[in-house]
Design a protein around this ligand. Structure first.
Ligand code: FPP
Length: 272
């Protein structure tokens, strides 16, 4: 079946190539409706489906979803089991849609912690979609940024001990190479639903120059219009990557075309 054509939204500036989302607020969404928390997770799966499809059709390069953190193992057993089952069922049911939209699945995190059946389904779906060349959907599962960095450092230390890595040659790119998925570029835009103003141990290395966008909407209420609203906000940000805009001009935006109608921002005394 031919893939639906890419339809880029009309934005007043650059389009985010990699979006990462902290999908928060499922529990509160359910509790406000007098329902158990897992009701919110079930509703959240529908949003995962809708946002993945919307991103694929708009031509987003990568979408990273924070689906389960290393800290989430501390939740009650029943909630953890439901989340693992939802993940497995989602992957089974969505295979056809992933293929139809050219989506490639990747997973990041301490995947060996996942139950066998969930891990098997993940690996099969990664394999099935490996040659798709559209959106890269990355699910962060049993993921924590500090554990990602610790795992990477341990691997680098092993390579040093084995004589495969010279400690004097280590730079930022070397360290990036030891993270879970060094091929995927850093996120341009990190969205958090549910209103909290924190990163919660998500992509701390990769988020260095990401633009942050927080909405009070809970994840089950986050739809395509809310996604477009975040893109519009992103399009109006001026990214300086720690530098200054050239005299009377725009800041450098590597690989991005500056928006024609964006106003010139005067350099401030201190910009980080
Ligand atoms: C945070 O909301 C959300 C999670 C811990 C899980 C997110 C999982 C899904 C959206 C569904 C399964 C995922 C896939 C990829 C099929 P919370 O429970 O912390 O909400 P709260 O802050 O309101 O308590």
């Amino acid at each position: 079946m031919p893939r639906p054509p890419i339809q880029r939204p009309d934005l007043p500036g650059p389009f985010p190539e990699h979006i990462a989302i902290v999908m928060d607020g499922n529990g509160r969404w359910a509790q406000r409706r007098g329902q158990p928390r897992v009701f919110g997770h079930r509703a959240g799966v529908q949003t995962v489906r809708a946002i993945t499809t919307a991103c694929a059709r708009m031509g987003v390069g990568s979408l990273t979803l924070y689906a389960f953190s290393v800290e989430n193992w501390q939740r009650p057993n029943a909630e953890v089991r439901t989340l693992m089952r939802l993940l497995r069922v989602f992957l089974w049911r969505e295979r056809a849609t992933l293929m139809e939209n050219g989506v490639r699945l990747k997973c990041i995190g301490r995947l060996d912690d996942l139950p066998d059946r969930a891990l098997r389904t993940l690996r099969q779906t990664e394999e099935l979609t490996a040659n798709n060349d559209g959106l890269v959907l990355r699910l962060a599962l049993s993921y924590g940024s500090r554990s990602e960095i610790a795992d990477g450092m341990a691997a680098a230390a092993r390579d040093v001990a084995a004589g495969k890595l010279d400690p004097d040659s280590i730079d930022e790119e070397t360290l990036r190479g030891y993270l879970y998925d060094p091929e995927t570029p850093d996120p341009d835009l990190i969205i958090r639903t549910g209103g909290d103003l924190r990163l919660s141990n998500f992509l701390l290395w990769q988020a260095s120059y990401a633009e942050l966008y927080v909405t009070d909407l809970c994840w089950p209420d986050f739809g395509e219009e809310a996604l477009l609203e975040s893109f519009r906000a992103f399009a109006q940000r001026q990214r300086r990557f720690g530098g200054l805009p050239p005299e009377g001009g725009e800041a450098e935006q590597p690989g991005k075309t500056p928006p024609p109608e964006q106003s010139v921002v005067q350099p401030k005394p201190s910009q980080t």
